[in-house]
Design a protein around this ligand. Structure first.
Ligand SMILES: *Cc1c(COP(=O)(O)O)cnc(C)c1O
Length: 385
């Protein structure tokens, strides 16, 4: 067993980080669907790869250790992970969500789980007193993101967990934007953490994956049952890619965050910029709460240009930063939440929660910061009318 005290080392040595059979310093890709059994009637450790696979198990042990949970589960996408978590609920149950949860999560609840009579209601999770007042006997969980997509809204995760515990319901945190390197919701009292590992954990925009971590054995048993029953597992090769990505999460995020801070400062002072949303800025909504519950403000920034700047032209003029969905990869990406990531949310709802048509979301990559700023600068200049 490797010895270490800090998460920066756990990223590299955590979980099952070497191969017991050969001593290989990387867990091999066990590209197999089934396993030869030694005798009839014995319960083998490895039976069938939907139920368990050594490469996936190494990743699951790693994320459980990083999030300080009891058990981890790897899925074929973030949405598959969230689907598995929502499969814990029954017809008649209600889930409270914040107004700016990931668009796909909203769509899943609104268009799929609704048909199974699992309901949701949109609440302001930044207002704990109001949130608690919405809990009825039908409410079985609160699902939050902090920072939330795309306005980087901060929710008090310990506060939400406390309310959930008091009412005997689950608190679920989508920790995609922070990762366990910057924020560990289970330590703050949450029951379940979900990830789109497609983003920072994978980190190279080359794998789609989801993870779930739970904080107790009873939930772990239920999740294992759901994972095996519904079958949306992550394959061995993608599990390997994710383990490899996670090894460099610390160094990547250190640079992502350093660049994001500089980009946020730059945008804040720019005459074309109406508003900057970044939890690392001292005047940001929830700044103090975020400082308490996370290591820093992360590396996602949203900003709004004044009306005399043509948003379409801005996106067209970028030369380094790519227009794309997704985030958290080494390359800087921009997107237009209203027409891309949050298009599934009806226009009226978008207006209500502040996702205006002028909003730009920037996933700050780890390129040289001077190049990132120069690209923003010239694109903003091009878009002035
Ligand atoms: C991308 C994302 C998801 C969905 O994950 P996929 O891997 O794309 O299925 C869920 N939550 C958040 C916060 C995300 O950014």
């Amino acid at each position: 067993m490797a010895q270490y005290k800090n998460i920066g080392s756990a990223l590299i040595h955590g979980g099952i980080s070497t191969d017991a059979y050969t001593g290989a310093v990387n867990v091999p890709i066990y590209q197999t669907s089934t396993y030869q059994q030694s005798a009839l009637g014995e319960t083998p450790k490895w039976e069938y790869s939907r139920t368990g696979n050594p490469t996936r198990a190494a990743l699951e042990a790693l994320i459980a250790e990083l999030e300080h949970g009891r058990a981890g589960f790897a899925f074929s996408s973030g949405m598959a992970a969230i689907t598995a978590v929502l499969s814990l609920f029954q017809s008649g149950d209600q889930i409270l969500i914040s107004g700016n949860v990931y668009g796909g999560t909203f769509r899943l609840l609104d268009k799929v789980f609704k048909h199974f009579n699992i309901g949701y209601s949109i609440e302001d999770t930044t207002d704990l007193a109001s949130l608690e007042s919405k809990i009825t006997p039908q409410v079985k969980a609160i699902l939050v993101e902090s920072p939330a997509n795309p306005l980087l809204t901060i929710t008090d995760l310990a506060g939400v967990a406390k309310i959930a515990k008091k009412h005997g319901i689950l608190s679920i945190v989508d920790n995609t934007f922070m990762t366990p390197y910057l924020q560990r919701p289970l330590e703050l009292g949450a029951h379940i953490v979900v990830h789109s590992a497609t983003k920072y954990l994978g980190g190279h925009s080359d794998v789609v994956a989801g993870l779930v971590v739970v904080n107790d054995d009873a939930l772990a048993q239920k999740m294992a049952f759901i994972q095996n029953s519904t079958g949306g597992i992550l394959g061995p090769f993608d599990s390997f890619l994710l383990i490899r990505g996670i090894k460099t999460l610390g160094v990547r995020l250190d640079r992502h965050v350093e660049n994001a801070r500089k980009a946020a400062e730059y945008l804040k002072d720019h005459k074309a910029v109406k508003k900057v949303y970044y939890p690392g800025l001292a005047d940001a909504q929830g700044y103090e709460i975020n400082k308490r519950q996370a290591k820093n403000g992360g590396a996602m920034i949203s900003f709004e240009l004044y009306e005399n700047y043509d948003i379409k032209k801005f996106f067209q003029s970028l030369k380094l930063i790519a227009l794309a969905e997704s985030l958290g990869g080494v390359e800087s990406l921009v997107c237009h939440p209203a027409s891309m990531t949050h298009a599934a949310i009806p226009y009226e709802v978008r207006q209500k929660v502040g996702i205006t048509d002028g909003l730009i979301r920037l996933s700050v990559g780890i390129e040289n910061i001077d190049d990132i700023l120069a690209d923003l600068d010239q694109a903003i200049a091009e878009s002035e009318e």
